[in-house]
Write a protein that binds this ligand. Structure first.
Ligand code: HEM
Length: 302
């Protein structure tokens, strides 16, 4: 397990930035990925999918319930095994640990069929799109996962009352540091709860569920968020996970620098082989372009 230090985050951010900037660009301005000795660009169908998702995920400058569902779906497809589409293809979506997800599962299944793309890829692309649409950073997204109709084990998705210690162990076993875990759970910045306490169905996990911002961390720490999951409270209060939790509460850019590589790693759990970079099909384009737009001060404002 790692402690978060400004140095670790700086190194991670520098690495991510450098790799993004190094990616070659073809004449159409799209980033490309190497396949053996060839360079393959992102198929144009992902631009069409991106346009469809923007219509579904954005309303009045806020992200929608469908966007929130897509972000959560990406975690639930990957974390119980591999990012293989089994959430939808093996109907894991109907499990109680996935309560609230069937609607987003249905609409992504339909879109994958209509556009003839892989379900596993679409789940991860939709999450990266939703994060961006909610106002978050660009998470690099690749295409080429293998779909699976085989259900992954039950009981791998952490319940709402999991302790920080147990979360840290569970995430570490899958290759995620404490910083990764705390950065990932920041996705609750755009979350609502329905099943945890049905009496308060629709309550949000911070005061701005339509926007991706670090209010979530500050409000959970202060105890002022409209609804606080026991797991989130435990992460905020634990001696170890409380360190990055406090840092992200005061620095949105430190959170983004930790979130992007952690989410990119999550979206590739159990995935191998050559994949094609489709980051350029997300709204707003590439991560490299985004980093170049920020000032040096913003990049270093930990
Ligand atoms: C670290 C452990 C985690 C726990 C214990 C946890 C638990 C939960 C719970 C209990 C809910 C509310 C479900 C309901 O009552 O309807 C929820 C919602 C949500 N979670 Fe997590 N979660 C975790 C990590 C993550 C991660 C890693 C992501 C994404 C990267 C994520 C994204 C979301 C989103 C976007 C929602 C809102 C869904 C909606 O509004 O429909 N969560 N989570």
């Amino acid at each position: 397990m790692h402690f978060l230090t400004p140095f670790t985050i700086l190194l991670t951010a520098a690495y991510t930035t450098t790799s993004a900037l190094k990616a070659p660009v073809n004449p159409a301005g799209r980033k490309e990925t190497k396949h053996g000795d060839d360079w393959a660009s992102c198929p144009p169908v992902w631009d069409e999918i991106s346009a469809t998702l923007t219509r579904e995920y954005l309303a009045n400058g806020q992200c929608t319930d469908a966007a929130r569902g897509a972000i959560r779906a990406a975690f639930h497809d990957c974390f119980n095994g591999a990012c293989d589409g089994s959430l939808i293809l093996a109907d894991e979506c109907s499990r109680s640990e996935n309560r609230g997800l069937p609607r987003v599962c249905g609409s992504l299944a339909e879109l994958a069929k209509e556009k003839k793309v892989g379900v596993a890829d679409l789940i991860q692309f939709a999450a990266a799109h939703a994060i961006k649409t909610c106002g978050g950073p660009t998470v690099p997204v690749k295409i080429g996962r293998k779909d699976s109709h085989k259900a992954s084990p039950v009981g791998q998705i952490p319940p709402h009352n999991t302790t920080a210690k147990s979360l840290m162990n569970h995430f570490a076993a899958k290759g995620f540091s404490v910083t990764d875990l705390v950065a990932l759970v920041g996705a609750h910045s755009t979350a609502k709860q329905f099943a945890t306490d049905p009496a308060a169905a629709g309550a949000s996990l911070d005061s701005t569920p339509g926007q991706w911002n670090n209010e979530y961390y500050a409000e959970v720490k202060r105890g002022t968020a409209p609804f606080i999951l026991e797991a989130d409270k435990s992460l905020a209060e634990d001696l170890l996970s409380g360190v990055p939790f406090s840092l992200f509460a005061v620095s949105q850019s430190a959170w983004a620098a930790a979130f992007v590589p952690a989410m990119a790693k999550l979206s590739m759990l159990g995935v191998g082989g050559d994949l094609t970079d489709c980051t350029s099909a997300l709204p707003g384009g590439s991560y490299g372009r985004e980093i170049r737009k920020t000032s040096v001060w913003e990049r270093l404002r930990w």
